[in-house]
Design a protein around this ligand. Structure first.
Ligand SMILES: C[S@@+](CC[C@H](N)C(=O)[O-])C[C@H]1O[C@@H](n2cnc3c(N)ncnc32)[C@H](O)[C@@H]1O
Length: 256
């Protein structure tokens, strides 16, 4: 593990954080005047700082220890080490992201969770492309989905998703790979928190795994690149909704 140390405040919307998440950052943590960005390995990012070896310090453990619960509609995404009090209407997703993306804190994850709640996955088959920690697929199962499938090209993420699913007593199908590993299967809800260029590339695959009436939720889209996704999906699907949080956009589509 490697850590990039640079002066910043995690509580702000520092534009440099976007580059870090896009480059595969697993977590940001405040350390005095510095922010520590954890990566599986050194990456090329336009952020000036110093790279440190994370081996001697449990940065991931410290990052996880700092996580607080996140509430989105009736869902509460909570780390297992925290005491979490729930209201009667709330459903919990116990989640330790480890090295995988998906603590529930990032705007894109929150918007995807809200869109999932809106889509109501009760008794639906749900596919989560780029499942990371499994947060979206597990949330869908907690909301009553009849079956959830999570795929990710990162084997470590798939292992984290599997462990998180067990923690939540959720049955799911967790696979290493991209959407092609579910070729031939169909889903009522497809959710993908990736990035604009990849959504455009996967557009035909999304459409292929959807049934008439299925909903597609795509996020991880920077607002300047939103048109790229709209162009790729617009000729196949009908746009149902759009949310924006800072520079991040989430789009919901329906297959008629
Ligand atoms: C931004 S994270 C989303 C994690 C989680 N779904 C969430 O919403 O918080 C994107 C994930 O997609 C995975 N990924 C990247 N390219 C992919 C691809 N072509 N197919 C499937 N997964 C991919 C990454 O490994 C990463 O775990």
């Amino acid at each position: 593990m490697k850590v990039l140390r640079f002066q910043a405040d995690v509580e702000t919307d520092d534009p440099r954080f976007v580059h870090l998440w896009e480059a595969g950052c697993c977590g940001l943590q405040q350390d005095g005047p510095d922010v520590l960005a954890t990566f599986p390995e050194v990456v090329n990012v336009p952020v000036e700082g110093t790279w440190e070896d994370a081996d001697s310090t449990d940065y991931v453990g410290r990052y996880q220890a700092d996580l607080s619960p996140v509430a989105v509609g009736p869902l509460v995404v909570a780390p297992t080490h925290r005491h979490t009090t729930l209201e009667a209407y709330q459903r919990v997703v116990w989640l330790d992201p480890g090295l995988a993306f998906g603590s529930g804190h990032h705007a894109t994850t929150r918007m995807a969770l809200a869109a999932l709640v809106d889509a109501d996955p009760w008794d639906r088959e749900v596919l989560d492309v780029g499942t990371g920690s499994g947060v979206l697929a597990i949330a869908a199962a907690v909301l009553g989905a009849s079956h959830v499938v999570g795929v990710d090209i990162d084997p470590q993420a798939v292992e984290v998703a599997r462990v998180n699913a067990e923690r939540n007593k959720v049955r799911g199908d967790w696979r290493v790979g991209s959407i092609d590993v579910v070729e031939g299967r169909h889903f009522d809800t497809v959710v993908a928190n990736l990035y604009a260029e990849l959504h455009a590339e996967l557009a035909q695959d999304y459409v292929r795994v959807m049934r008439p009436g299925s909903v597609l939720i795509v996020t991880g889209i920077l607002d300047q690149r939103e048109d790229l996704v709209k162009r790729a999906l617009g000729s196949h699907l009908r746009l149902l909704g759009r949310q924006q949080d800072d520079e991040w956009v989430c789009l919901q589509w329906c297959k008629d």
